[in-house]
Structure formats: structure tokens, C-alpha cells
Ligand binder design. Structure first.
Ligand code: FNR
Length: 318
């Protein structure tokens, strides 16, 4: 469906002057591949295992709010597309549909905010675990929700939202072990840009980190993830998986992220556009496109499996 202008703007926009949003994709293009010769690339595998889930490609669907604005079936259509593509859905806590109505047949993760009133967070997390969530993604880069044209808590605009539903702006790393304890699941912290924060997360019990600037929607002029990723991955040193999102638009962007130390990437807006234009089938096509492109780029770069991708695969332009 064609999106109403306000919905399109809500999905598309970042914060402030849109500087972080606008430079996200360009930043991946500041790297060049250094291909290997005489490698057997007659068979390429993009498969990987992440927290026990087998994925067709290292491309996950990141958490984005309110898929019902893009398609009448909302997250139910997204979930079917993800299943058909053999990917993994990170369901936003601001989902447009109750999670019990979403056909979550493949492994999936639940994204949580820690609210001022932790009992609400606890209730949401327990509900997600009861519905089968395999991991909890703690979004840590949004101490305050920015005012947006489309309210992110359903009918309630930020101005009218009861204080209990506000994120806790005093959140500390103890939230990681708290979430792990109440969920019994691995906790992945989303929103990391500094190496020392990644190390703090790992030391506080995180099972993974996601390098993200929230699609440029929280702090405008926040560092692009293509620049933040390498130092974060180096500091983590392989202790836990490092994931990344932000402006990843094709297989070359994915391979660059993997070479800079990511285990996998997440995509946000591209899935929303695919959902709006093609429903579940659109989401499947979108994910298949990334997998297919990644295979092609890997073959040309002389890389047959994800294990063969290392930092020597890329070099900075400047
Ligand atoms: C988001 N993002 C987000 N993140 C999160 O942790 N919880 C959420 O509910 C949302 N909601 C949301 C809505 C919309 C419309 C967008 C565009 C983004 C951030 C998202 O997970 C991701 O970090 C960014 O979208 C970056 O990826 P892309 O869009 O550049 O691929």
C-alpha cells in the first residue's frame, strides 16, 4: 500500500538535522574490499548459528515499532516473511499487534525498554518468554522518547503517556543481569557505540551487543555505526557476538560489517518499506535479496563461508 505521508515521515525520519540518519549508509561505503585469489568459491554458504538458532544469512529483522501502520496484518505479515526467509525477527516492545496474535514459529527475540516502573517491563518480558522469545534485546540508547508525529505507544502521544510507561533515564548496567534473571534468556544490549561501554555490558553479563545509533532517531550527530563497529568489536574480542545496524542496504554493506567484526547485521527501515509494498512476501523478498547479494559479493571477494571473513577483507578508503 502507499503509505500516508505522516507514516512515511515517521518511518523515514531521524532526529534533528538528520545528520546521523543521512550518513549511515554512506559510511559503509568508506571501505573497500581486498579480494583473495585462487579460492574455491564454487559453493558459498552464508549460514550461521546464533544463540542456537540456524539462520540462512547473517541478516536479522531489527526491532521497529508499529508495523500495522505499514500493512493491515502488521507484525503477523513480517513474521511470516521472516519465517519464509529463514531469518530471525526481533520484535519491538512497541509492536502494533499483541504478540499472541503473531505467528512466531521460528526463533525470535524480544526487544525491551526498561521503564521507570520496572514491574511493567517485567510483565512484558515474562509474557514474551512465555510466548517463546529466545533472547531479550535491551535498548539502552533511548533514555527519553523523542516527540514524533506518530505516537509510539499506540494511541498515547508522549505528552499524554503515563509516567509509568517512560523509559528509566537513570538506567545502569545492573539492568542486564536483572533482565537475564527474570527472563532466563541471553540479554543483548542495543545502542552501543563506545568500546568501553561494550566491555561494561559484557562484564555486566550481556550475551551480545548491538552497535547502533537507533537509525539516527535519538541523538543526531551520533557516530555512524560503520565507524563505531571496528573499535567495539576489537574491545569485545570475540567474547560475545557483536551485531550492528544502521543504513545497511545491500550485500556489500553486510560483508563490510562482517569484516569489521560483526557476527550479523539487523535491518530496520528496508523491512518496513518491503512490508508496506509487498506484505509477508515483500519481507521474504527483501531478506532473500540481502542473502543473495551477500553470496555474490563473498564469491567475488574470494570468501566461501562466513568463517573466512576477517578484517583483511576490507581497507578504509582514506
Ligand atoms: C526504530 N528503532 C527501534 N529500536 C528499538 O529498539 N525499538 C523500537 O521500537 C524501535 N522503533 C523504531 C521505529 C522505526 C520506524 C525505526 C525506523 C526505527 C530503531 C531500529 O531498531 C534500528 O536501530 C534502526 O532503524 C537502524 O536501522 P535502519 O533503519 O537504518 O536499517
Amino acid at each position: 500500500m502507499a503509505l500516508p505521508a505522516a507514516v512515511y515521515a515517521y518511518y523515514r525520519d531521524g532526529a534533528g538535522e538528520q545528520i546521523s540518519r543521512d550518513e549511515a549508509t554512506a559510511a559503509w561505503r568508506d571501505w573497500r574490499f581486498v579480494p583473495r585469489l585462487f579460492r574455491d568459491v564454487s559453493r558459498i554458504s552464508t549460514e550461521l548459528e546464533l544463540f542456537g538458532a540456524r539462520l540462512a544469512a547473517p541478516v536479522l529483522v531489527g526491532p521497529t515499532a508499529l508495523h500495522t501502520l505499514a500493512h493491515p496484518e502488521g507484525e503477523a505479515a513480517t513474521a511470516r516473511g521472516v519465517e519464509a526467509a529463514g531469518s530471525l525477527f526481533v520484535l519491538s516492545s512497541r509492536s502494533g499487534r499483541p504478540l499472541e496474535e503473531i505467528p512466531l514459529t521460528r526463533p525470535w527475540w524480544f526487544q525491551a525498554y526498561v521503564l521507570r516502573d520496572r514491574s511493567i517491563t517485567e510483565q512484558n518480558v515474562r509474557r514474551a518468554v512465555a510466548a517463546g522469545a529466545r533472547a531479550i534485546v535491551l535498548t539502552a540508547d533511548a533514555p527519553y522518547v523523542l516527540k514524533r508525529a506518530v505516537p509510539e505507544a499506540g494511541e498515547l502521544g508522549p505528552a499524554n503517556r503515563p509516567p509509568g510507561l517512560e523509559q528509566d533515564p537513570a538506567l545502569g548496567p545492573d539492568a542486564i543481569s536483572w533482565l537475564a534473571e527474570i527472563s532466563g534468556r541471553p540479554v543483548v544490549v542495543k545502542g552501543v557505540l563506545r568500546p568501553e561501554d561494550a566491555v561494561r555490558c559484557v562484564e555486566a553479563g550481556a550475551a551480545g551487543v548491538i552497535v547502533s545509533n537507533h537509525g539516527g532517531r535519538q541523538l543526531d550527530r551520533a557516530l555512524s555505526t560503520a565507524r563505531a563497529l571496528g573499535p567495539v568489536a576489537e574491545a569485545v574480542g570475540g567474547r560475545v557476538p557483536v551485531l550492528v545496524d544502521g543504513g545497511i542496504h545491500n550485500g556489500a554493506d553486510v560483508l563490510t560489517a562482517l569484516a569489521l567484526g560483526a557476527t550479523a547485521v539487523l535491518i530496520g527501515r528496508p523491512v518496513l518499506w518491503a512490508l508496506a509494498t509487498g506484505g509477508a512476501e515483500g519481507v521474504r523478498e527483501c531478506l532473500d535479496f540481502y542473502g543473495r547479494e551477500l553470496s555474490q559479493v563473498m564469491a567475488q571477494a574470494g570468501l566461501a563461508t562466513l568463517d573466512e571473513v576477517d578484517s583483511s577483507a576490507v581497507t578504509p578508503v582514506t
